[in-house]
Design a protein around this ligand. Structure first.
Ligand SMILES: Nc1ncnc2c1ncn2[C@@H]1O[C@H](COP(=O)(O)OP(=O)(O)O)[C@@H](O)[C@H]1O
Ligand SMILES: [Mg+2]
Length: 239
């Protein structure tokens, strides 16, 4: 079991999209996956997964003792569950309280993804302090790479040493001059995978499926296999 935080210091790079895409594929391949929304106030995973109407409780309610921990978890589909974020920050949401709350779920799930917010404030802090490993997301532009590098440095400061990089929204035509090795060097993390810029991924909101054989979904599949410890070769021609 692994608790994996998906982070960047910047919004819009695809953290939430990645959590949903990887979570769905892992669930399809018989893993039990919990997605935890860490974006306090502007949560989004419930919308992306098409379960916003089922959202009643959140992890803040578990910490405060407002509900049994099982009640806050939403079953999305076989093997995939969501734990929504609270709408407001509260002083009770300390790293210690959050780590303790999350420990309850370790026995029930193979993988727990913490979808961190943009910025390096409270939600990021809680997510990183609870993580066994961290995936840093970046798109192939200079601003995003700088934000990813900044996030990676802060993740390491908290003692998480297993840090991997996912390059998202890669467009072969637009980014033909971009050297992925340079992104890897700037962020200082080993590559976990590259996800193409894809209309199918863009449209995968509100529970819409990404076609299984699409290039975007196949990128999620390769990354998920690497998360499970398989040795999957990197081939940019697949993108
Ligand atoms: N690989 C991709 N191809 C096309 N659009 C993408 C891709 N990844 C993310 N997006 C789109 O980018 C936007 C921001 O993604 P999101 O996951 O909300 O970012 P973050 O969680 O980092 O703020 C969304 O509209 C999403 O559909
Ligand atoms: Mg997000």
């Amino acid at each position: 079991m692994r608790i994996i935080t998906v982070a960047s210091a910047k919004g819009g790079v695809g953290k939430s999209t990645f959590c949903c895409g990887a979570g769905k594929i892992l669930a399809l391949h018989s893993k039990n996956v919990l997605l935890v929304d860490m974006d306090i106030g502007v949560r989004s995973l419930d919308i992306l997964l098409g379960v916003s109407e089922k959202t009643v409780y959140n992890w803040g309610d578990i910490i405060k003792g407002n509900c049994d921990y099982r009640k806050a978890v939403i079953g999305v589909k076989n093997g995939l569950s969501l734990l929504p974020a609270p709408l407001d920050f509260d002083d009770e949401y300390t790293p210690e309280a959050f780590v303790k709350m999350l420990e309850i779920f370790r026995k029930d799930f193979d993988y727990i993804f913490l979808d961190a917010p943009a910025g390096l404030e409270s939600g990021f802090n809680l997510a990183v302090k609870s993580a066994d490993s961290c995936i840093i997301m970046s798109t192939p532009d200079a601003v995003s790479i700088r934000a990813a590098s900044y996030a990676a440095t802060n993740v390491r400061k908290t003692g998480v040493s297993d840090v991997r990089l996912v390059v998202n929204k890669f467009n072969k035509k637009i980014h033909k001059k971009i050297n992925v090795d340079e992104i890897i060097d700037s962020v200082g993390a080993r590559l976990l995978g590259i996800i193409p810029d894809s209309a199918e991924i863009y449209g995968s909101v509100d529970g819409h499926k990404i076609p299984y054989d699409s290039k975007g979904n196949q990128a999620f599949l390769r990354i998920s296999r690497r998360i499970c410890g398989e040795n999957v070769p990197f081939r940019t021609k697949n993108l």
